[in-house]
Design a binder for this molecule. Structure first.
Ligand code: ADP
Ligand code: 5SP
Length: 555
């Protein structure tokens, strides 16, 4: 939806989400209602980069990158599309947003001068790329090439639990500190030529500011470089991953959400008609931004984008929450002392899409018919699908099928893929993906937490009513969705609004005070039928199948 040459009066806030497959731009009003949405799909709209679902695999084993020039060109194109839709950007008071987590951008020594002197008659892409970057293809979260670096980091810091206690996570291949360690080892010249390193979430505000922005606290939690409780860089981790020069390359200590990084650069005012008083606030990771947009105490948020990600808000407490080697704890983007518990799966929407294409054709309608024509529990068959090396459980890859035993003391029996009826696969992947999450939720909830009472879905897959209904059945919760499935971009708009709202109050006020009394922007779309006993009874069976998959992959 977009307005012609009439843009609503009143302050507007632009939220951007630079995710794996696309760049989304959402304009929201002061009450966080959506005014207009636009997007750029990387594969379809920018085919010259040759990405598949926004990424390039290889050449090294496990290597997955995205061209930074593609991200720049997507921003240029998004602005063109918003202008063509008649959006008057002079009403935008603040810009913030989100980026896919863990991805890294390596700026060259010419970057700052190039950023600060862009000619409004030229595109950003033509002026910044490739000269502003010492590495042209940015490692992203789907990369799994840094297992060796992960083990080195854990050993140097005292083991996976010690690293999780310090940073909120054990070492993960996609986490930026391990990516930096690998780049420093394999491409020392490029590393030496790097003046600054950004996350995707600090890369975007840099181009709006015309200067390199600091990394934001919540997204910094996805690097294995920051103390998750103090929100400061940890010198020992920096030394291990990037040497004595890394602190300079990372810039200042991570910036909290709701702060003001500066005003928009002159290039944006002259080329696109932004108000010179428009402020730029720190962007955050797409998942923390989703929490900003949707989180209400007692809600579980499930993002069904390229990654499947479960998010739980953890309020401030006198005792820091436990950290685990099987999940993530992130600092909260807007509330000091609060955190976010996160489970993240690499085989999310693309795995579901692959099952759709392989067994029912490129048609979500047919996919849904298969789900609805098969029974809950799939007649005792379990299917686990990991086309990419998975994060949870770590390192497993391939498709695995089992028949659950009738006796709880017996193990599941492996089945051959050829024995599985084609029409069962759409249900099998949804049930196993959701059962994996269901089997882990209670472990990541802080002790004495109130029971979760709602599941809020977002991301591309949340548009699918069949998936919504199956989620309600598996989790035994009422399912809600926001006005737009682009919660990360909306969260970005809300972050910009928060920075603007605080400036209006001379820097005073909390995020909770700002959102208090706001209309909740979610609606109920599904509720569980029956007593949910089918899926409660399948959790242990799922766990046994997963254990067999881990053993088979370790063999
Ligand atoms: N009707 C649908 N049913 C299930 N999945 C869908 C549907 N529509 C889109 N998707 C999935 O949504 C994914 C894109 O989600 P999105 O949240 O935009 O991704 P990201 O933000 O990670 O780039 C696609 O990979 C696609 O498979
Ligand atoms: O790695 C993670 C979180 O740890 C992923 O959630 C990325 O942040 C990608 O996000 P999407 O493209 O799936 O939105």
């Amino acid at each position: 939806m977009s307005f012609g040459d009439v843009t609503p009066a009143g302050p507007l806030f632009l939220g951007l989400d630079l995710s794996t497959q696309s760049l989304k731009g959402i304009l929201i009003a002061e009450d966080s209602s959506v005014v207009t949405e636009h997007s750029v799909q990387f594969d379809k709209d920018l085919p010259r980069f040759g990405t598949t679902n926004g990424a390039i695999s290889g050449p090294a084993e496990g290597e997955v990158t995205s061209p930074v020039e593609m991200w720049l060109e997507a921003i240029d194109l998004l602005m063109e599309r918003m202008k063509a839709a008649g959006i008057d950007l002079s009403g935008v008071c603040a810009i913030s947003g989100s980026g896919q987590q863990h991805g890294s951008v390596f700026w060259s020594k010419d970057a700052e001068s190039l950023l600060s002197s862009m000619d409004p008659s030229q595109s950003m892409t033509s002026q910044l790329s490739p000269k502003a970057f010492s590495i042209q293809r940015s490692p992203i979260w789907q990369d799994s090439s840094t297992t060796k670096e992960c083990r080195e980091l854990e050993e140097a810091i005292g083991g996976p639990q010690a690293l999780a206690d310090l940073t909120g996570s054990r070492a993960y291949e996609r986490f930026t500190g391990n990516q930096i360690l690998r780049i420093r080892r394999l491409f020392p010249e490029a590393y030496a030529a790097t003046s600054r390193i950004s996350l995707v979430s600090s890369f975007i505000p840099s181009v709006f500011l015309g200067a390199i922005a600091p990394i934001e606290v919540s997204d910094a939690s996805g690097m294995n470089l920051m103390d998750v409780l103090t929100c400061k860089w940890d010198d020992k981790l920096l030394e291990i991953c990037g040497g004595p020069e890394l602190r300079v390359k990372l810039g200042p200590e991570p910036a909290p959400g709701g702060s003001i990084l500066g005003k928009i650069g002159g290039w944006w005012v002259k080329r696109w008609g932004f108000n010179p008083e428009c402020i730029i606030a720190p962007f955050t990771g797409d998942n923390p931004a989703t929490v900003v947009a949707l989180s209400t105490p007692g809600d579980a948020i499930l993002s069904l984008g390229t990654s499947t990600t479960l998010l739980l808000s953890i309020p401030p407490s006198d005792t820091p929450p436990a950290r685990f080697t099987t999940s993530h704890l992130l600092s909260h983007p807007t509330t000091p002392g609060a955190q976010i518990a996160m489970l993240c799966y690499k085989n999310g929407a693309l795995a579901r899409e692959q099952v759709r294409d392989q067994y029912v054709g490129k048609d979500w309608g047919k996919y849904n018919e298969c789900v609805e024509s098969t029974q809950p529990g799939s007649g005792g068959i379990m299917g686990l699908y990991f086309p990419l090396p998975e994060i949870i459980p770590p390192g497993v890859q391939g498709d695995f099928f089992f028949r659950l035993p009738t006796s709880p003391s017996s193990p599941p029996s492996p089945l051959s893929p050829s024995s599985i009826p084609k029409e069962l696969h759409p249900r099998l992947i949804l049930e196993s993906q959701f059962l994996s999450i269901k089997s882990r939720i209670s472990a990541i909830l802080p002790p004495h937490s109130p029971p979760l009472h709602r599941l809020v879905l977002t991301g591309g897959g949340s548009a699918n009513q069949t998936i919504r209904q199956l989620a309600a059945e598996v989790f035994g919760m009422n399912v809600y969705v926001p006005e737009s499935k682009e919660a990360a971009a909306i969260g970005g708009g809300v972050l910009g609004r928060f920075a603007w709202w605080r400036r209006e109050r001379q820097g005073e006020g909390t995020f909770e005070e700002m959102v208090a009394g706001m209309v909740e922007g979610v609606r109920k779309v599904a509720e569980p039928k029956g007593d949910g006993s089918v899926y409660e009874g399948l959790v242990e069976g799922y766990r046994k199948c997963e254990e067999m998959v881990v053993r088979a992959c370790d063999a």
